[in-house]
Design a protein around this ligand. Structure first.
Ligand code: FRU
Length: 610
């Protein structure tokens, strides 16, 4: 046996000790044995909480088999660094305390010689440490939106409210900033704005597969037998096929036990993202499951969350169909200004969204406990409706058990068209701001969902940075300085103007243009010159929202947070969420009107607390 101990440059050859020149020197607390052109053993020899894994994003994924006392514990897919280290990720060793840990690593790149394989940057950068630094290194990381401490994030999962705490789990890769190793990470908050993130995943891939999206509910009556008030999570176990599994928590949702009887629901075709809730009318659990490739949602019921009976399906041939259906949610809402209540079915889809890629469509209708029946439009058709008119709003679902009858949702603030390519590395993706769902009747007689910024957001306002009463906007732009993190509020009465334009710009000439076109009744958002846009051909884009205003007046609340802009119109009657990556923060807002002067009776800019 030939053993290279990288750290000291020592070679043990057939029992003889010899010194030899080594280029591998940074390695600390590990011993590395190269076994061939694409197979290497990394043995943990030092003491510490973490084994640091060096990552290079452009490299292929290596299969990292974690062998603990001779047994395979799990396999991670990690883009181990080849020519340079982009960043590192930590493998928590505490759970293996007192045990032998060896990583048996298979890389995909085929080298002609072991000597070549040994030159990979990763081997000299593994290290056992007691700390892993999660201090933010990214200029685009939002300040008041939820982001993972590090690594890749997509959909929000298993959101619920209990004992004054909002729980937000999320699709997380703790071992890199691209989609892989899907687990549930988790953050909690008392105010929906400031989030504390647990350092480790709360549900991790197991023998049944990765942990895909799902929901959580509080089992008040102990119907599943996991304990009274247990938090029960239902998620998709994804391997060769997708099956539905349970995990539960008896400590209010901080740690989970995986149900040994998993899976609880299997089908013969791809189905995922279980969303379940207790229906007090029927006194049973209701589950909506995305029958992804069939472009429909399946509805099941159960007395105990373990035995599920298929009741109906909804969606075949309806709404937007150009992509897989994913991440459903079903809830009842009061109709604004009436005693009526209606059900809303959220059907996220990807691709096929209104501006390409992923987006959230919804249907309004009735639900009798078994079947969802959509409302029809004046032509007797089922209309397609969109929850958000930006490009970066997906996988939106609601918190269960939110207080005061609230229906609070959060979405993933990205788009599958380019999410893995956005110009961040330490972390990838943020969530939208929390929003309150409501129902209003539009001028066409149809019911639409409104998305109002959650009331907690008002507490973020630190001071009025600028306030102008009774402004008149004409063809010569009015210019205002804006802080990097801010909320801009205004009401616009276009009067005789054809259009009112708002331009955000920075000193580098990068800009975002929003135009309220009075005749078409739309607000557009143009980010084609917003900053870094060339990482994907799908990123430079213009999006449009219908403003639903009967008298032409609109009010806007615009939230800017480094790399995101969310525009809420008329108390949530339309909303638009778009990412932007300006090379310097936008520092000026220009307001102008064309075709006549517009009145802006109320205009305020609030600095937002970092
Ligand atoms: C939606 C989605 C889900 C799936 C998850 C996997 O963004 O594709 O359907 O459960 O992401 O990460």
């Amino acid at each position: 046996m030939i053993r290279f101990k990288s750290g000291l440059g020592v070679v043990i050859a057939s029992g003889a000790l010899a010194l030899m020149p080594m280029q591998l020197s940074a390695t600390d607390g590990v011993e590395i044995d190269h076994l061939g052109v694409n197979n290497t053993l990394v043995r943990v020899t030092g003491e510490g909480k973490y084994l640091i894994l060096p990552v290079q994003e452009s490299n292929d994924e290596a299969a990292v088999n974690i062998i603990v006392d001779g047994k395979l514990d799990r396999t991670l897919s990690v883009r181990l660094a080849k020519s340079k280290v982009d960043y590192t990720v930590p493998l928590n060793l505490e759970r293996y305390a007192g045990k032998n840990v060896v990583l048996n690593i298979t890389t995909t790149q085929n080298r002609s010689t072991v000597r070549e394989a040994k030159e990979d940057a990763c081997w000299s950068n593994f290290a056992v440490t007691d700390t892993f630094d999660t201090t933010n290194r990214e200029k685009f990381r939002p300040a008041y939106h939820h982001t993972p401490l590090y690594g890749w994030m997509n959909d929000p999962n298993g959101m619920f409210y209990k004992d004054g705490v909002w729980h937000l789990a999320f699709q997380w890769n703790p071992y890199g900033s691209k989609w892989q190793n899907l687990s549930w990470g988790q953050s909690t908050s008392r105010d929906l704005i400031h989030w504390e993130t647990q350092p480790d995943a709360v549900i991790e891939p197991d023998g049944l597969g990765m942990i895909f999206s799902g929901s959580s509910a509080i089992d008040k009556a102990n119907s599943a037998g996991f304990g009274k008030d247990a938090v029960v999570a239902m998620y998709t176990s994804a391997a060769a096929s997708q099956i539905q599994s349970l995990a539960w928590s008896n400590d209010g949702g901080y740690t989970y036990n995986v149900y040994p009887g998993n899976p609880v629901l299997t089908l013969e075709s791809e189905a995922r993202d279980p969303n379940m809730f207790w229906n007090p009318e029927t006194k049973e659990w209701t589950l909506v499951l995305a029958h992804a490739l069939d472009h429909e949602m399946l509805i099941f019921t159960s007395p105990d969350m373990k035995e599920w009976t298929l009741q109906s399906s909804f969606g075949k041939g309806l709404g937007a169909q150009d992509g897989v259906w994913e991440c459903p949610d079903l809830f009842e809402l009061p109709v604004d200004g009436s005693d009526e209540k209606k059900w809303v079915l959220l059907c996220n889809l990807n691709p096929g969204g209104i501006f390409g890629g992923s987006a959230t469509q919804y249907f309004v209708g009735d639900f009798d406990g078994k079947t969802f029946t959509p409302d029809l439009d004046a032509d007797g058709k089922v209309p397609t409706k969109w929850l958000d008119y930006g490009k970066d709003h997906y996988a939106t679902v609601s918190f269960s058990d939110a207080p005061d009858g609230r229906r609070t949702v959060i979405g993933w603030m990205s788009n599958w068209q380019y999410a893995p390519e956005v110009p961040t590395m330490q972390y990838r993706s943020a969530n939208t701001l929390p929003r309150e769902m409501g129902l209003f009747r539009g001028d066409d007689g149809q019911l639409y969902v409104s998305s109002t910024p959650s009331p907690e957001l008002e507490a973020l306002r630190s001071k009025v940075f600028k306030s102008v009463g009774n402004m008149s906007a004409g063809s010569k732009p009015k210019k205002y300085a804006i802080p990097e993190l801010c909320e801009i509020l205004m009401t616009i009465d276009p009067a005789k103007a054809h259009s009112v334009s708002l331009e955000l710009s920075n000193a580098l000439g990068e800009h975002v243009d929003m135009v309220y076109d009075v005749k078409s009744g739309t607000l557009s958002f143009d980010r084609r010159h917003s900053g870094i846009v060339d990482f994907s051909q799908d990123f430079p884009a213009v999006t449009y929202a219908p403003v639903h205003s009967s008298d032409g007046k609109i009010s806007l609340r615009i939230f800017i947070d480094r790399s995101s802009i969310e525009v809420f119109g008329d108390n949530g009657r339309f909303v638009m969420t778009n990412l932007v990556f300006p090379n310097a923060p936008y520092s000026t807002l220009d307001i102008k009107a064309d075709g006549g002067n517009a009145k802006i009776p109320d205009f305020r800019i609030y600095t937002i607390n970092d």
